[in-house]
Write a protein that binds this ligand. Structure first.
Ligand SMILES: CC/C=C\C=C\CC(=O)SCCNC(=O)CCNC(=O)[C@H](O)C(C)(C)COP(=O)(O)OP(=O)(O)OC[C@H]1O[C@@H](n2cnc3c(N)ncnc32)[C@H](O)[C@@H]1OP(=O)(O)O
Length: 297
């Protein structure tokens, strides 16, 4: 069994488990199956089409950080409740930091600084998906709008059902998208496709998203999406956690630096990781023609 439990003997793990039990207002976070290390983070405001409220911006990094620390978590599925994945940023909700910051006092510099801080905090909330060392797999169904696309772009693997649509709506809301889409999407779908989506604000189908590489797999229905993504997550969760976390870390670093710097980074990484018990076990298992049993975190 991958991702076995160590109970609460490890204080960091016990703290993460206690935090998980505290629960969330905008998310449902739970272990999908106790026999695997797969956890599901579900956007859980279906009546509001999972619009990203200030509470969601506070809870997404909280959930990602605790799954990062939780030893039993080996892979994360990010899905959504209700008919759509996400309606983007919550428009007009109470406590919206952008609205509050923009109307702060009469000093325009203070207002601008407040807005800048609010935007940076919201960006950071989505970057927390990348900061979680465990791979995060997006399972998108229905509409994925604006900030929802930014969420998905921060995930490691993106899958959707055939009914999914994606739209970068910001340009039609008279703003420049600022939650990571303009930075991450060109690296996922190429500059031309990202510019096409961001400048036209056109809605694309699941099949077009697949063609441009925004998603890597399309499933025929939501049911098949859930089952398919659960299978992918389970397979990842059964691999060596050190190898999986290292691969995510090296991929992300390599995305942002030169090839030379990326090679240097992975050499340093593997100088430590090639001494792992998991590698010895993988070689032994190959020679003994059996499935490897990798270490717990
Ligand atoms: C100051 C910040 C500036 C800009 C930030 C931009 C980043 C972005 O995210 S841009 C995108 C912003 N979002 C939208 O433009 C709204 C998108 N919503 C939709 O297109 C549709 O709601 C839908 C997702 C396609 C779903 O359609 P449908 O199933 O027909 O549901 P609705 O009846 O439209 O909605 C149900 C319910 O949810 C409320 N809602 C939907 N989206 C939002 C939202 N983004 N913010 C707040 N509330 C939202 C909608 O008002 C309905 O509420 P009721 O009370 O039931 O009327």
């Amino acid at each position: 069994m991958a991702g076995g439990d160590r109970g609460s003997s490890d204080p960091a793990a016990a703290a993460a488990e206690a935090e998980l039990r505290r629960g969330f207002e905008t998310l449902a976070v739970a272990r999908s199956d106790t026999s695997t290390g797969v956890y599901e983070v579900r956007l859980n405001r279906p009546a509001q089409r999972n619009a990203l409220s200030p509470a969601a911006f506070a809870e997404i990094p909280r959930a990602m950080s605790l799954l990062d620390r939780l030893p039993t978590a080996r892979a994360v599925v990010l899905s959504a409740a209700g008919p759509h994945f996400c309606a983007g940023i919550e428009l007009g909700g109470p406590g919206n930091p952008l609205t509050a910051a923009s109307s702060k006092g009469s000093d325009p510099v203070a207002a601008a600084e407040g807005l800048r801080r609010a935007i940076l905090e919201m960006q950071d909330a989505l970057t927390a998906i990348e900061r979680c060392r465990k791979p995060v797999i997006a399972a998108v169904h229905g509409a994925c709008v604006g900030g929802g696309v930014d969420v998905v772009a921060a995930c490691d693997i993106r899958c959707c059902s055939r009914d999914a649509t994606f739209v970068l709506k910001e340009v039609d809301m008279a703003i420049v998208a600022d939650l990571g889409g303009l930075q991450r999407l060109p690296r996922i779908v190429g500059y031309g496709n990202a510019a096409d989506l961001a400048l036209t604000g056109r809605r694309i189908t699941a099949m077009e998203a697949k063609e441009m590489g925004l998603v890597s797999r399309v499933f025929d229905s939501k049911k098949e999406l859930d089952a398919g993504v659960a299978k992918i997550a389970k397979e990842i969760a059964e691999k060596s956690a050190w190898a999986v976390m290292g691969t995510k870390a090296v991929l992300l670093r390599s995305r942002d630096v030169t090839v030379e710097q990326g090679l240097e980074h992975v050499a340093t990484w593997n100088a430590a990781m090639l001494r792992s018990n998991d590698l010895k076990e993988a070689i032994r298992a190959f020679l003994e023609k059996r499935k490897p049993v990798f270490s717990k975190l």
